[in-house]
Ligand binder design. Sequence first.
Ligand code: CAO
Length: 245
Amino acid sequence: LLPWPKVDFAKFGPIERRELSRIKRISGANLMRNAVMIPAVTNHDDADVTELEAFRVQLNKEYEKQGIKVTMLAFLIKACVAALKKFPEFNSSLDVEGGSEALILKNYWHIGFAADTPNGLVVPVVRDADRKGVLQIAQETAELAQKARDGKLSPAEMSGATFTISSLGGIGGRYFTPIINAPEVAILGVCKARTEPVWNGQAFVPRLMLPLSLTWDHRVIDGAAAARFNAYLGQLLADFRRIVL
Ligand code: CAO
């Protein structure tokens, strides 16, 4: 590789030097390794969340007095757990000690979620998300996100994830390509849902569509499996009753 370009920027205009935060220095090194070492591919898809969003709004009215905010992220965590159970290789890691020739499949479902903080990106983890309901997950993610912003997450609260969700849905954008959080083998990026005309076979109807971007490690997962994972996730989000099947 060529050496990194050395430029005296001050020659071209006024500059300011700002040290990177501790979090940025640590996460930067991890992101660099993961971006360079993982043969990653991203599949983009859309899920029809029209009914789910209406249900979420209704739940929020019901639980307002108890101070619980039911979030899209909580539903996504629950739906991802169901998809991970159906496609277990997405909930695995490569056994590098053993020469990368075996997969370690995990029979627990700890879901990390990217949280934006003033000092940089951190990934708190909801443990045993398979054993928790959407309301509990919503409360836990809210508490963990607050702790993240206050810089009070313990190392234990940021470790052990088997799969990660990175949601930019509250901010905007259409699709992006998230970087896998090694040693996990897949990550789901979510952007802002918007109402679009969707053909129902007879007419275009307005539907709320949620953009999904699934990045996966091609050493472990094939494109067909990734497309099936996204399609299944889309089915669950379109009709959440399917989660009990
Ligand atoms: N589509 C449309 N609207 C959405 C949405 C989606 N997918 N997800 C959330 N929203 C809306 C919510 O309805 C809510 O609106 P109201 O305030 O009107 O109720 C608003 O956005 C905020 O949503 P929320 O309270 O549910 O929070 P969130 O799930 O968007 O965010 C968290 C929680 C922790 C994920 C967020 O604070 C965060 O840190 N996001 C950034 C993650 C990140 O940086 N990822 C990139 C990593 S790679 O660098």
